[in-house]
Design a protein around this ligand. Structure first.
Ligand code: PLP
Ligand code: COI
Length: 337
């Protein structure tokens, strides 16, 4: 892949050589299969197409200075995909099979894992869908699991540079007791209108409030939210946000740095009290927030043009662990052999 411009990759789809698939039929999961096609053949009445039986995951593989390829907290992704499956009554994909499939997809596409120092990584996208037909609103009897990979750069074009976010009260990405806490496609469909409007108006993402009261911070379209207040790392507690593995890791790192962790409801007005704010996720990594514009109240909360000191420290530590540059005291990384 010598002709790939690793340093200027954005977060977009590209074909790689192979993907790995597995089918659930007659009450059991089959063996892992390798495919060189980017197409899938699907029954027109498949439940994923009609009734949203679809869940996905996102994780990354990183090439270290030592040339080794590492994945970050893969078991957490496997478990979250099982939680997503439970949430919309799909067959759970077994944890060990999930790991094997991901490792296999990475190894088969090893040449696409960006070189150390390019700032890019290999994004891994596991997908689980109801593939069997139903016309009544019922779970499918057949499922398909696929994992494909592609090299990616930063999710937000600016990379680790503060960008602007916006609050609009007229959109929700998830209902209070709905599917916001699992990684199902419907949540992302529900976020498209607000997300595209935000981009057109010059913001990198929408910051959603809780759907019930519109009083508390929930999360961003593709990432969790955190704020720094005094010596505390503050992040929302909500039943309708995705439990982010990055956020969970940042809470641990912040604790290791001696910060207090506050996982609680965050009233919108408290945005004025943070010295730093950021979005975090696999794709977003740590994305510092420069400003948040509350479009309904016409209030702007400002956090500065440069990343804050604590955000910078958390970001450095996180990526150093992911790329294998420092010790991994919490056993978060697995070398792909
Ligand atoms: N919130 C949403 C809605 C997401 O789509 C993601 C991305 O996976 C996250 C948060 C961050 O989660 P993680 O850190 O596990 O990637
Ligand atoms: C991720 O961070 O992996 C995501 O899933 C975010 C987005 C691309 C949907």
């Amino acid at each position: 892949m010598e002709n790939l411009d690793w340093k200027n990759l954005g977060f977009g789809y590209t074909d790689t050589n192979f993907n790995v698939r597995c089918y659930y039929k007659d009450g059991k999961w089959g063996e892992l299969e390798t495919s060189d096609s980017n197409q899938i053949s699907l029954h027109m009445a498949a439940t994923c197409l009609h009734y949203g039986q679809e869940a996905f995951e996102g994780l990354k593989a990183y090439r270290g200075k030592d040339g080794k390829i590492r994945v970050f907290r893969i078991e957490e992704n496997a478990l979250r995909m099982q939680a997503s499956a439970q949430g919309i009554l799909m067959q759970e994909f077994p944890i060990e099979k999930f790991k094997q499939a991901v490792f296999k997809a990475i190894k088969l596409n090893e040449e696409f894992v960006p070189p150390y120092g390019s700032g890019a990584s290999l994004y891994v996208r596991p997908l689980l869908i109801g593939s069997g037909p139903q016309i009544g609103v019922k779970p499918a009897e057949e499922y398909m699991f696929v994992v494909f990979v592609m090299p990616v750069g930063p999710y937000f074009k600016a990379g680790f540079k503060p960008t602007d976010y916006v609050i609009y009260r007229e959109y929700d990405r998830a209902a209070p007791h709905g599917t916001g806490n699992i990684k199902v496609g419907g949540n992302y469909a529900a976020s498209l209108n607000a997300g595209i409007r935000a981009h057109k108006e010059g913001y990198s993402a929408v910051l959603y409030l809780d759907a019930q009261e519109k009083k508390y911070i929930d999360e961003c379209g593709p990432a969790n939210f955190f704020g720094i207040k005094g010596n505390s790392y503050v992040t929302p507690q909500s039943k309708s946000i995705l439990p982010s593995i990055t956020n969970k890791s940042l809470r641990q790192l912040a604790k290791d740095f001696g910060l207090t962790i506050e996982e609680r409801r965050i009233p919108v007005e408290e945005l004025a009290e943070f010295s730093e704010a950021g979005a975090c996720g696999t794709a977003a990594v740590v994305s510092p927030i420069r400003s948040i514009f509350d479009a309904d109240k016409e209030i702007t909360y400002m956090y500065g043009d440069e990343p804050g000191e604590i955000s910078q420290k958390l970001y450095n530590k996180l990526i150093d662990i992911q790329y294998g540059c420092v010790d991994d005291p919490h056993n978060w990384v697995t070398v792909v052999e």
